[in-house]
Design a protein around this ligand. Structure first.
Ligand SMILES: NC(=O)c1ccc[n+]([C@@H]2O[C@H](COP(=O)([O-])OP(=O)(O)OC[C@H]3O[C@@H](n4cnc5c(N)ncnc54)[C@H](OP(=O)(O)O)[C@@H]3O)[C@@H](O)[C@H]2O)c1
Length: 470
């Protein structure tokens, strides 16, 4: 057996270190990092027969079996181009660069094209699961040529998480940027799901429940149809007490500001550009944008008296609402997924990707941040309905029908409590508009025709019409 490594990995921040250790369980791996000290510290701590470090790129490349397989886990954007540029002089035809970061899909398409012109391979590979997933099994969303996929398949299957049936959470997604596109939408859905949970938390908090009392409710939610990684980790977060000298819950001391760069924002823009309603995801981004304006919010808070202040519900009433809100959250999350998959469907058509939605839902069952019981429902629904849009699938129609009124109740309760319902409100509006044969756009068309002679169509006659309205 060659003493060369089967895989090279560049970028030893949290994701790269953990993925390298995961890969090294079954492969010989060489690692490299721009800052050599980081590589040396990592090898000092985790170096083994299977894990070696190189300080120079040339030595790194030469340590790898041909065709070389090099995974990049560096900061998305310019860093990826910089690393590719400095690797190229040492690479040979047929070598494979795999980008495991959160790269924007148009960059992946460009990079694949540029490298294929040099007879080299570039493969975009979405990796989800944070540091724990990277170490113990992430969900992997690979995109690129099928020839390269065949080379990488055994490696990726070995390091991936397992779905509910014990199968690896990796599947070939599609050509060029398809893997990074699906990872981007995954992150968009992650934004929406987290925001919906935050809105439920906010509702309970507004009604006087302590963080740990909300923790008890979320623990219950994690035992039913909302069972998920995010609910699981939220329980200890809600129960954690401050360790820095106060007797408060730590969550109550965390600044209420969240950023929104990268994948969430990109998904939101994609929805607008492709003309698909993904309002749950866009509203989750908006919620973070508003959150980030903390000082301005504090100023405006002083100017507006809250008409709903001091109108908290009695605790026994709140207790009775726990299952209602559980159902409301479930319906809203189904809607967020239906929107995300609508975007994937539209992108697939425009980009000529042959996406398999049942498989995408399946590989999100394990390893990734949105892993949840609901993904088993979605996988089965897509499988049974031959990948039809979620809105049309019998199981989903029935689930939405059954939980619809509770989503309405949740939204109504949230409004009364003064909880800003960016996502739960968007989910309800989107669902009710989408499932309503007669909308309000006739009014918009009337206005447009009046002020701009934009014309309109009628429901009772063919043709294009214009009216002198005044
Ligand atoms: N963190 C997560 O939970 C998570 C989850 C899924 C996906 N991702 C994606 O995975 C990738 C890695 O994430 P991360 O959080 O581990 O690290 P990160 O903070 O995104 O990136 C840091 C790594 O990039 C390297 N780097 C930055 N600029 C460089 C340049 N110009 N040339 C060469 N190397 C450069 C750094 O090297 P130095 O040490 O020399 O600075 C370091 O190894 C990113 O694309 C990220 O979006 C992250």
């Amino acid at each position: 057996m060659s003493d060369k490594s089967q895989i090279g990995l560049i970028g030893l921040a949290v994701m790269g270190q953990n993925l390298a250790r995961n890969l090294a369980r079954a492969h010989k791996v060489t690692v490299y990092n721009r800052t050599t000290e980081t590589m040396q510290d990592f090898i000092g701590e985790h170096g083994s027969e299977n894990l070696a470090g190189e300080a120079e790129l040339e030595g790194f490349v030469n340590s790898l079996e041909k065709p070389r397989k090099i995974i990049l886990m560096v900061k998305a954007g310019r860093a990826v181009d910089a690393v590719i540029g400095s690797l190229l002089p040492f690479l040979d035809k047929g070598d494979i660069i795999i980008d495991g970061g959160n790269s924007h899909f148009p960059d992946t398409i460009r990079r694949e094209k540029e490298l294929s012109e040099k007879d080299m391979n570039f493969f975009g590979c979405g990796v989800s699961g944070g540091e724990e997933g990277a170490l113990n099994g992430p969900s992997i969303m690979p995109g690129g040529s099928t020839k390269v996929w065949k080379e990488l398949e055994p490696i990726l299957k070995k390091i991936a998480a397992k779905d509910f049936e014990g199968e690896p959470c990796v599947t070939y997604i599609g050509e060029n940027g398809a893997g990074h596109y699906v990872k981007m939408v995954h992150n968009g859905i992650e934004y929406a799901v987290m925001q919906m949970m935050a809105e439920a938390y906010d509702f309970y908090r507004s009604n006087g429940l302590s963080a740990s009392e909300i923790g008890n409710i979320f623990e219950k939610y994690n035992q039913g149809k909302l069972k998920s990684f995010l609910f699981e980790i939220s329980v200890p977060i809600l129960r954690k007490k401050d360790e820095k000298g106060t007797d408060e819950y730590l969550l109550d001391l965390i600044l209420d500001k969240a950023g929104q760069k990268g994948t969430g924002r990109w998904t939101g823009i994609e929805g607008l550009e492709r003309g698909i309603d993904i309002s749950c995801i866009q509203q989750a981004v908006n919620a973070r944008i508003v959150s980030s304006r903390k000082n301005y919010r504090v100023e405006l808070d002083k100017k507006y008296k809250k008409p709903y202040a001091d109108k908290t519900l009695p605790k026994d009433v709140v207790k009775e609402l726990v299952p209602v809100i559980e159902n409301g959250l479930y319906a809203a999350m189904l809607i967020a997924y239906a929107q995300g998959f609508d975007l994937l469907r539209q992108a697939a058509e425009e980009m000529e990707w042959d996406l398999n939605y049942a498989e995408i839902a399946r590989i999100w069952q394990g390893g990734c941040i949105i892993r949840a019981q609901i993904l088993k429902t979605l996988t089965e629904a897509f499988k049974e309905a031959n990948n039809a849009p979620l809105w049309e699938i019998e199981q989903i129609v029935s689930d939405l029908q059954d939980n619809w009124l509770d989503l309405r109740a949740t939204v109504s309760l949230g409004v009364q409590a003064g909880t800003p319902l960016f996502c739960l409100g968007a989910a309800l509006a989107s669902f009710e508009a989408m499932s309503d044969a007669r909308g309000s756009a006739n009014f918009i068309q009337g206005l447009r025709d009046s002020f701009g002679a934009h014309t309109y169509k009628r429901i009772d006659q063919d043709g294009i019409f214009h009216t002198e309205w005044s």
